[in-house]
Design a protein around this ligand. Sequence first.
Ligand code: MIG
Length: 816
Amino acid sequence: MEGSEAIRPDKYTEAGHTETGRYLGAFQRVERRGDTFVLRAERGGAAVLFPADGIFRIKFFWQGEPDLSSTVAIDPAFRQKSESGIGLEETGDRVILRTSLIALEIDKPTFAFTVRDKEGKVLCRQTRLVCQPRSGVHAVYDMPQDSHFYGLGEKSSFLDKRGERYTNWNTDVYAPHVPEIEALYQSIPFVIHMAGGTSCGLFLDNPGRTEVDMRTHADAFTMGCSTGDYDLYFIAGPSVKDVVTRYTALTGRIELPPKWALGYHQSRYSYMDQEEVLELARTFREKNIPCDVIYLDIHYMDGYRVFTFDPLRFPDPEAMIRELRGMGIRIVPIVDPGVKKDPKYGVYREGVQQGHFCTKLEGDIYFDEVWPGTSAFPDFTDDRTSKWWGDLHSFYTENGIEGIWNDMNEPAVFNESKTMDLDVIHRNNGDLKTHEELHNLYGLLMSKATAEGLKRQLDNRRPFVLTRAGYAGIQRYAAVWTGDNRSFWEHMALAMPMVLNMGLSGLPFAGPDIGGFAHHTSGQLLVRWTQMGAFFPYFRNHSAIDTLRQEPWAFGAETEEIIRKYIGLRYRWLPHIYNLFQEAAATGLPVIRPLVLEYPDDPNVTNLCDQFLLGDAVLIAPVYRPDTDHRAVYLPEGRWFDYWTGEKLEGGRHILAACPLDTMPMYVKSGAIVPEGALAQHADDQTDGNLTFHIYGAEALSGFQAEYSLYEDDGATYDYRDQTYSRLNVRLEGQEGGLKLSYAYAHRQYEANRSLLRFKLCRPEFAPSGVQGLPAITAEQLGEGAEGWHVDGEGSLIIQAADRPSGASWMITAAN
Ligand code: MIG
């Protein structure tokens, strides 16, 4: 039955002997168990569940009965869940399971499956599945000529993954961001397949080694795992947005981060002592460069012992942290998983005595080398150990710390395999597994334990956790940075497709080390990278030991000035960025987006990744080559406004944008609204909460319409879950006789600290002649906070009014 076509070109051979695969064989019968279907084949079969409409889970088994347990990647609400009302049909050669959106057809003779939409159009076809006892289970899927692939989390190379092959095995390789690298720190075995005008997703939920190969075969791609079960989720579209929304319902979405975590972060390996940290903070404040967070890298610890401070370098952390908080700056310390083997060290002692460390099957603790020297590794697969680890963080929270940075949690080990021995045992709450089977979960479980511990200690305040390693679902617990890049222009460019695909893979809160970690940055590279970073979800400047300093002022006054301007822009745009995070928390849609997400039918954007969208209507085109003062920008259909000059540009074409060093090209789509706030020095400074809604493309035509819905809360606590938030809707609409501007609170249990709202119609198409109910005011009166309207020197109409709980609306009339 199996053809001669090899499933893998590098098929395992041993002294001339080719390993033969096992197939399930022909379909035998279907058993219905409640809402779960068990399809029996000659050998084993598959269990099929429908966790939600548009999603089915098919878990293959080779003998006995299927095991329906799932990994922690799946949101608890969807584990073992199956919807009712699934239709079952059997014909001579097919079995069909039908939902309102999709039909799964199993071909009886081959057990191959095809997924169709309501109209019968093929969405996905698995043509074969083979189990090779020594190399795992691999499946082959059809790949039409017009296929494009997205997702896969943190991977190098371009946006569209067609032609690539990747391995998922969390790996710490130093300076790893090269095009051909197959495995990085994160593993998200989720791929979005777009073909024939429709999209779907495949998620292989297996935390061992998995691989996705979109290169080797001309008309097929493969997805496989080396150990464990082939536990596959099919996720319907039809749009890429639908796939992302469904995938993030299944694996969970971010929690709304504390607002301070969306500010600018400054890091270095390492700020060496308390005085250096305080001096750094004072410099930010003296220079008026906004900053929310300073990181403590490994040198803060006493001999790299986690949950300690070095008594000489950091003699009084509590006082240091208090002084920093007075300046509006928080500390985020690094925490690695390796616990130093030292019988005098309390954490180690307790860990041994209470049985928290990973062991070999025979019971010996597994030791290996990391920063602290010989170390033991907590077994986060056990809830009891995770609780212990989480509780240890009171050491930090009692000192006023609210954020933790998890590094080395692949786990990285200084040995040849770069990680734990594969035969290390994980207790896994009683269901023992080897490290080989659970490797990719280690980082996620560490960050989960950390986030849960911090939450228990922070008394209703939101924690921040940053992680290097992770698996599908990591978004529920931590933000992700992309590890050890280098200060290369190429690595700045590569961060775009990497972080954009992370956003499509459920990880919207991500970013690279701005300025580059290893190697030496330059003033120009730092400027360009900071310009781009200002619009990335996670915004941290970090650099390695023995590299040139790269704080914002490190390269002289001119670069400092530009960097100040862009960090400042981040803070003025925070209301909008926070709004996009709220949207990500609610829908799973990413904060920054590849153009293909918003313009899926535009053939120019399927692999466009040197420009991106912030939300759906702001286009950012970073400059990622040295000495460049022009770059090509693609504007999709519609009308766009140059953010800097106000110039109107018709889309559906490429333009050449001027970009002297102080300019990163940015465009806003006609009909969009962007709220900008005051320039604060840190995110929770609420001294001036006044807002200006910038409205682009206003035309006094009855068809014109612009809308924005602003979410606000205290940015710090979980009170929003008890309705303590506000939702302010702004609308501008062309009507007979003028434009109607209105705002209204759809919900107002949270009150921002402001008295005024401003609406700026940026260079409208018409000359405003009046605003009914408001007086014309001068620029001076505007500055003094008077209510009224004013046309500024650039021809923009500014309307200023008191922020009233009841809302307001005005008719804007045009001359002539
Ligand atoms: O092998 O803690 O990716 O951000 O500065 C180096 C020191 C260990 C790797 C992290 C990097 C961090 C560094 N760590």
